[in-house]
Ligand binder design. Structure first.
Ligand code: E4P
Length: 218
């Protein structure tokens, strides 16, 4: 399973790159706003740092302007993936950009029918949002299971399931059990993945015993 980080915070991305865990990055207009930086500059910096796909989202809502924005974003770097909302115009733009060989990530997906549309339009990634479905009393993980099942029925679908709006490690591990291709994870949740009270307690005990030996490895 590929791990993307859902952030436009360059320092956070640099720190995570050193773990070797990071396969890509996703951003959205809210995350760019939170960074306080210019979208083109910050995406260029992230694309230089990360060899894998980096999603940058269009902000127009009509297909012709989305296509122009997508073409401009795609010029930033070969690993820039154009993120488009799952609307009629977004799907038109996805089809047009995919025809040009530009990588696309169709976002704001909340149903398996929408996921099928994105696949048919040639999307590189489909981003179903689990946390936002949970927020309204639906079950976000059921959507991932449905999309994985539908896509698996058609060998000609190459769109990767990119689980988005992940709020906790359980979301991630449920998605992994379902065989989802990618998870985009907020930095806070990536750090939660390392934590286990038995790891902390075990390390503390080992170090206390080691101190008693008076030895040093270096
Ligand atoms: C992913 O591409 C989205 O930007 C993101 O996962 C949305 O997460 P949120 O629902 O926590 O804002």
């Amino acid at each position: 399973m590929k791990f993307f980080v859902d952030t436009a915070d360059v320092d956070e991305i640099k720190a995570l790159l050193e773990t070797g865990l990071l396969d890509g990055v996703t951003t959205n207009p809210s995350l760019i706003a939170k960074s306080g930086r210019n979208i083109l500059e910050v995406l260029e910096e992230i694309c230089d740092l990360v060899p894998g796909p980096v999603s940058g989202e269009v902000t127009a809502t009509d297909a012709p302007t989305m296509i122009k924005e997508g073409e401009k974003l795609a010029k930033i770097a070969p690993n820039l993936t154009v993120k488009l909302p799952l609307t009629f115009d977004g799907i038109k733009a996805c089809y047009a950009l995919s025809q040009q060989g530009i990588k696309t990530n169709v976002t704001l997906c909340f149903s398996s029918a929408q996921a099928l549309l994105a696949a048919k339009a040639g999307a590189t990634f489909i981003s179903p949002f689990v946390g936002r479905l949970d927020d309204i009393g639906s079950n976000g993980m059921d959507l991932i299971a449905d999309i994985c099942q539908v896509y698996s029925m058609y060998p000609d679908i190459h769109t990767e399931v990119l689980v988005a709006s992940i709020r906790n490690p359980i979301h991630l591990m449920e998605a992994a059990k379902m065989g989802a291709d990618v998870a985009t994870i907020p930095p806070k949740v990536i750090h939660q993945l390392f934590k286990h009270p038995l790891t902390d307690a075990g390390l503390e005990a080992f170090l206390k015993d080691w101190e008693g030996t008076g030895q040093n490895i270096l």
